[in-house]
Design a protein around this ligand. Structure first.
Ligand code: SF4
Length: 504
């Protein structure tokens, strides 16, 4: 049996960082971990080929070769998933779909032959059995959650890791919190299930054997969801692994803001190699945080928490949302001031959405406040908002105009770099210089320092860091490249803004 594993293109969003990828000579941010794991769940004697449409094209020969096409996608890839499915159906191929997009919205994909939904560790073996017995069904679902200690190692042989900025592992699934705009608890439950330390170390060793990427992403929705296991098992194992692998890449992940309450955890995570963390800050308004049930962000000084994390050695990416029912017109300026004062260089701001599979979606459906169909576009919402739509879009535009302004990025980056790097890690992240780094340096200078509209601020940041804080020069170059990335995102937003304002 020949199986084509197909990963649709990612749209040009904050997370895809497509323009940054061009500068650092990578094709995509990270590989499709789900499909790499699916490959190992399929029988050993089946032939497998993986085509990630973010790094390569799909050829007619690839599709013709396949007996089945397995496609996996997230909500944000809906449009490209549809196109990929249509293409494969032209060859009369059987298409099997799974992953978060199809688990929530399978009814939108009538051309798919078989849906293997929820967690594949449970549903896929049943589908395989049915195929081998010649009686496959259309839907495979489960209300159970998989035992991730039994999940197989991903099949890294299927991809060229050098094409990606990050390698990827996943330690836990599920999150104890219940933010109402988030589908994680529907998909994976509220009790975080964790892999064993040995599983993760095996995965990391396999990654190093497949090439040494710049960074490894722990693709957990909330890494610190199960603190006891993390502190007692995984982090000590990662610290030990890093001591044995002196040139091991650093780690990136997602955490909740209350990491800042736990001195021991902050220290252990730094020693284990975590540096880049995404934190959902969402709003500076307590009322809006109450609205969305982001309880862990309430009754705390969010700004001080972020600064503490930065001083401890973390590079914080912050997620923000506007458009909550409680938001007043002052929220836009308040969010801008928070972001500027926080020194968060990478900030992503969205208009509140109610994706399928979330508590918010259920609530707004009952209130008859949903706009169909759902579109994951960062600049859109599927909610009939309480705030006047034009006020909301103008306020949102004001935030993006501000935070993507090169001077403002420069100010945040200078502020951050002025105190970042004073922390001491017993296990520093070392990087051996490679020829590719020189190529990347020239590309950053070309795109950001010569061609970029924010080139003045790029050079200011570069020169200031050389004179004031030379050990942070790699970070200064990254932020310089981000000026270019954010300019492109802002141009894309302006196009959709003009369309939206004409339609309102
Ligand atoms: S903390 Fe993060 S992962 Fe957990 S429910 Fe909230 S948004 Fe989702």
């Amino acid at each position: 049996m020949n199986i084509l594993l197909l990963y649709p293109e990612m749209p040009d969003t904050f997370w895809a960082m497509k323009h940054l990828m061009k500068i650092i000579s990578k094709k995509s941010s990270y590989p499709p971990l789900g499909l790499l794991t699916i490959s190992r769940l399929l029988p050993n004697d089946w032939e497998k080929k993986l085509v990630d449409l973010n790094v390569t094209n799909l050829s007619p020969a690839d599709v013709e070769w396949a007996d089945y096409v397995f496609i996996s996608a997230m909500n944000v890839q809906a449009e490209y998933a549809k196109k990929a499915i249509e293409y494969c159906k032209k060859f009369n191929k059987k298409v099997v779909a799974g992953g978060p997009l199809f688990t929530h919205e399978f009814e939108k994909f009538s051309e798919v032959d078989h849906f293997v939904l929820n967690e594949a560790e449970i549903t896929l073996p049943i589908f395989i059995k049915d195929i081998t017995e010649g009686k496959p069904q259309r839907y495979y679902t489960t209300g159970e959650f998989a035992d991730v200690t039994q999940s197989p190692l991903p099949d890294w042989n299927l991809i060229d890791l050098n094409k990606y900025a990050y390698a990827i592992v996943q330690y836990s699934r599920g999150c104890p919190y219940r933010c109402d705009f988030c589908d994680v608890t529907t998909l994976f439950g509220r009790k975080p299930r964790t892999k064993t330390s040995n599983q993760i170390i095996d995965e990391l060793n396999l990654i190093l054997a497949s090439g040494n990427p710049g960074m490894i992403l722990f693709a957990d929705d909330n890494l610190i969801g199960n603190r006891r296991d993390l502190k007692n098992n995984l982090l000590p194992a990662l610290i030990d692994w890093r001591r044995r692998n002196k040139n091991a890449p650093g780690f990136a992940t997602q955490v909740t803001i209350n990491l800042a309450d736990d001195e021991e955890m902050m220290k252990l995570m730094i020693e284990a190699g975590f540096r880049h963390i995404f934190v959902g800050i969402e709003s500076v308004s307590e009322e809006s945080l109450e609205d969305c049930k982001k309880t862990q962000n309430l009754r705390r000084d969010l700004l001080e928490n972020v600064k503490l994390l930065q001083q401890k050695g973390y590079i914080v990416t912050g997620g923000f949302i506007v458009g909550f029912d409680s938001d007043k017109e002052s929220i836009f300026q308040e969010q801008i001031e928070f972001i500027q004062n926080s020194g968060i260089v990478m900030a992503t701001v969205n208009i509140l959405k109610a994706p399928p599979g979330t508590d918010l979606n259920i609530k707004l459906k009952l209130e008859d406040r949903l706009i169909e169909p759902f579109d994951f576009d960062e600049n859109m919402t599927n909610i009939i908002t309480k705030m006047d739509k034009m006020v909301l879009y103008n306020g949102y535009k004001k935030i993006l105009d501000n935070i993507y302004n090169p001077q403002k990025i420069y100010n945040r980056a200078s502020q951050f770099l002025s105190y970042y790097g004073n922390h001491r890690a017993e296990n520093p992240i070392r990087k051996e210089f490679a020829f590719n780094d020189l190529v990347t340096l020239f590309k950053i200078i070309y795109f950001s320092g010569i061609m970029g509209k924010g080139r003045l601020y790029f050079w200011r940041l570069f020169i200031r860091t050389i004179f004031v804080n030379r050990k942070n020069i790699v970070h200064a170059l990254l932020f310089g490249a981000l000026i270019f990335q954010f300019q492109r995102l802002h141009e894309k937003f302006m196009l959709s803004y003009y369309q939206i304002s004409e339609s309102l």
